[in-house]
Design a protein around this ligand. Structure first.
Ligand code: ANZ
Length: 770
């Protein structure tokens, strides 16, 4: 028999909405619990089943916490600026604002149809001027603190999307958005000095509870290296009379005695000066090719080494030997000093290079680092791989950067009372090939007056990257409608830090790092109460299509949650996505798996028909099953092992199904456990048999019932009691025999004896006749 999910789910969703059942209290005696999931980008294609996995799983935790008496904040909103909407607007000739409105309506409808317990009164949208006013205000705090600066840099440029990308968005030389190759372009950009926080972003990882793989990725991305900078001088003066030196960065000063050559990155400023005429042609040809290669290619350890000799030598400052200077693209200009001392004896890459070009490989003992550094007058330095954050985009659909250029006063902040700087409505959004923002062609936007002197001035036309709005949205949820501040200090103090945060692994080096940095900055300036925004971070695995590949529109293998809600219901979809596999691992979609979960829910419905009255005798075995389920489900939710929690609930229902009768108490306990997973069905059954008020506590298991039952069995040798064993009542003779023989005090009596017979009286005794 199948239950009617449509009427039941609609009924409960309407009731929750009317009661504002999930509204969090800003003032409460209860302990707070701030449960956060990464807010979605409202794309035109609607909610993805991958969203459901994260949101439903955390909904389970949020609901359990409410039952446990916590004041829970579980909010949601829209991260709506960015390229997909802008590109879609260009394609369809519509306004990004209208498209966003439409997409958020779809997403909201879908999330509500899932019965997720979000506090909808705190919904935020990063494209709302009331929201981005504060994003702009925060940018100005960075600017005023000297952490936002404009610099000409080589940026990663995606020729297809016509957009500059941060390093994090161009990892491996490919565009994060379209997958196409990324070029280098020189461009003036706003940068934010995240590197000033590199050390704290690293060391404070010790103060938070993140999945180990998340911590590791952040550590690697920040990439701290302790080493030394050492100067290798030329032995003689150049024609100009100058004495040149190459400064190398090494993490292994102890190997310097074995440094048999020096390598410059092809872009190194000394390349030209050090190249002798004899080698110039060859060097120039090499440099031209090397510059075209992506950093990924160049960093690839397995690639055949290439390089050229400059014709010059420098002196190894430790042993005064002359060493040749080479140019090779495995040395990157963007790291360290862009020059290395090569130690083929100790470094794989240097060895491969030396072998290929016939450079000396010498075996010399290591020298203590401090001794080397003192002798060669080197500087100990700490280097980071982390780069400053490229913060401007020459695109339309983002927050305008609230600065004004005045020839006299340079960059001037727009005064607070003039925020937000509104994004003007425009006819055309097309990015330009010269890389200028579409806003640059709107005279009414560009032309303004200098806030300092009142003379004519021009607005900055770059917009912010879409990582801006998401860097602080967890703060806005706390006080979503505040018009005076981004959030009040009292409320921030009440709710921060986020107790538990879930999101995709793909955000570990982007959003997660940016928002930690952003929060630390606000903390340093007294705007937020905690240095770290998230006490605990977890990550869910992707939901793949049934053939194990990524779901994508072009392949037509996207599962639409609407269809499933219609046919199987929200409870089935939610619970299936928790059951499909370990939470942090990618799992393929399985239609059969979904059907199996739906059948389980139908079985729950059927169990309700065999609920006995309170006069029936206690079925102790079923009691044990129920209490073991309480124990396992409780600890599994805490450990985010949602799949095994669901499996346990299934086992319990099977036991109930097989039992002759199920007591009211047993069923009530079960429904309470089911509620965080399948809230509609559980509420419906609780209401018809008990009361939904009973959801005010989380079931506790009886410790005596979860212990496996054991009895004491007497062990005799030749009829004399020699000891006892604790054993399950249903144990057979061989189990009892094995256990008895393992007991030392019994083994002593049997040692060296020939056993003639064993008498076993189940539940009473075992007798060895020797
Ligand atoms: C000599 C040496 C001997 C090195 C040895 C390593 C091992 P991490 O740990 O990643 O910071 N290096 C320095 N700058 C470089 C650049 N711009 N491009 C490519 N390689 C560069 O790596 C630091 C080490 O990588 C440095 O220490 C340097 O090689 C190389 F047995 O110096 B080492």
């Amino acid at each position: 028999m199948s239950y009617n999910h449509k009427s039941i789910e609609k009924k409960w969703q309407e009731r929750w909405e009317k009661k504002e059942a999930f509204r969090a209290d800003d003032v409460s005696d209860k302990k707070k619990f701030y449960c956060l999931v990464e807010f979605p980008y409202p794309s035109g294609s609607g909610l993805h089943v991958g969203h459901v996995r994260s949101y439903a799983s955390f909904d389970t935790i949020a609901r359990k916490r409410r039952m446990q008496g916590f004041n829970v904040l579980y909010p949601i909103g829209w991260d709506a600026f960015g390229l997909p909407t802008e590109n879609y607007a260009i394609k369809t000739g519509r306004k990004p604002q209208d498209i966003t409105l439409e997409s958020t309506q779809t997403f909201r409808r879908q999330l509500k149809a899932l019965g997720l317990s979000f506090d909808w009164s705190r919904e935020v949208n990063t494209t709302d001027p009331e929201y981005y006013k504060w994003t702009q205000w925060m940018f100005l705090q960075f600017f005023k603190a000297g952490l936002a600066y404009k610099a000409k840099t080589l940026i990663n440029w995606c020729p297809k999307d016509k957009i500059g990308l941060a390093n994090e968005e161009a990892a491996g030389g490919v565009c994060d958005r379209c997958g196409g190759p990324v070029e280098k372009r020189e461009k003036e950009q706003w940068m934010i000095a995240i590197t000033k926080y590199a050390d704290r972003l690293l060391s404070d990882l010790d103060t938070v509870n993140y999945l180990p793989k998340i911590k590791k990725q952040q550590q690697d991305w920040i990439g701290k290296s302790e080493g030394a900078e050492i100067d290798f001088w030329m032995g003689s003066r150049m024609g100009s009379g100058r004495l040149l030196c190459i400064r190398v960065f090494t993490t292994r000063p102890d190997t310097i005695d074995g440094a048999t050559y020096v390598v410059l990155a092809p872009e190194h400023p000394l390349v030209e000066l050090l190249t002798t005429d004899e080698h110039r042609e060859e060097v120039e040809a090499y440099v031209a090719i090397a510059k075209k290669r992506t950093e990924m290619e160049r960093g690839d350890e397995s690639r055949e080494k290439t390089g050229v000799f400059t014709g010059s030598t420098v002196v190894n400052p430790f042993n005064s030997e002359a060493v040749p200077v080479w140019i090779a693209d495995y040395v990157l200009s963007t790291y360290g000093t862009g020059a290395i001392m090569a130690v083929p004896q100790h470094d794989e890459r240097d060895r491969a290079f030396a072998e290929k070009f016939g450079l000396p490989i010498v075996d010399r003992p290591l020298v203590a680092i401090d001794e080397v550094v003192a002798k060669v007058k080197g500087n100990k330095v700490t280097r980071y791989k982390l780069r400053d954050w490229v913060f401007s985009r020459q695109r339309y659909w983002g927050e305008p950067i609230p600065l004004v250029w005045c020839d006299e006063h340079k960059w001037v902040a727009v005064p607070d009372e003039q925020l937000p700087v509104m994004l003007p409505e425009v006819e055309k959004y097309e990015p330009t090939d010269d890389g200028e923002s579409p806003l640059a062609s709107i005279a009414s936007f560009v032309n303004t007056t200098c806030p300092t002197c009142g003379k004519p001035a021009k607005r900055e036309t770059d917009t912010m990257p879409n990582w801006a709005g998401s860097s602080w949205y967890f703060l806005r949820y706390i006080d979503a409608h505040n018009k005076e501040q981004f959030a009040s200090a009292d409320k921030l103090k009440h709710w921060m830090p986020v107790d538990l945060y879930n999101g995709g692994m793909e955000h570990t080096t982007l959003h997660l790092l940016y928002s930690r940095f952003w929060n630390k900055f606000l903390f340093d300036h007294g705007f937020v109460p905690t240095s770290e925004p998230y006490a605990r971070r977890h990550s869910h695995g992707l939901v793949l299509s049934d053939d194990g590949t990524k779901m994508s529109k072009s392949k037509g293998n996207v599962v639409n949650p609407d269809d499933i809600l219609e046919q199987y219901g929200a409870d089935a979809l939610r619970m299936y996505e928790m059951f499909m596999g370990p939470f942090e691992e990618p799992v393929p979609w399985s239609a059969n798996g979904l059907i199996g979960v739906r059948r389980f829910l139908d079985k729950v419905w059927m169990v309700s028909e065999k609920i006995g009255d309170s006069t029936m005798p206690r079925n102790e075995n079923l009691d044990r099953v129920v209490h073991k389920t309480i124990k396992k489900v409780s600890s599994d939710i805490e450990a985010m092992k949602f799949n095994t929690a669901v499996a346990e609930l299934m086992k319990c229902v099977n036991a109930m199904h097989e039992a002759h009768e199920v007591s009211r108490n047993q069923f009530e306990l079960f429904l309470k456990l089911l509620f965080p997973f399948a809230p509609h069905l559980a509420s419906e059954l609780l209401e018809s048999f008990f009361s939904v008020d009973s959801l005010n506590d989380w079931p506790q298991y009886d410790p005596t019932l979860v212990k496996d039952k054991v009895i004491t069995l007497a062990v005799q040798v030749n009829g004399k009691l020699r000891g006892t064993i604790e054993i399950a009542p249903e144990a057979d003779q061989s189990e009892a025999e094995t256990m008895a023989r393992e007991q030392e005090q019994i083994a002593r009596w049997l040692d060296g004896q020939e056993i003639k017979k064993v008498v076993y009286v189940s539940g009473r005794m075992i007798n060895f006749v020797v």
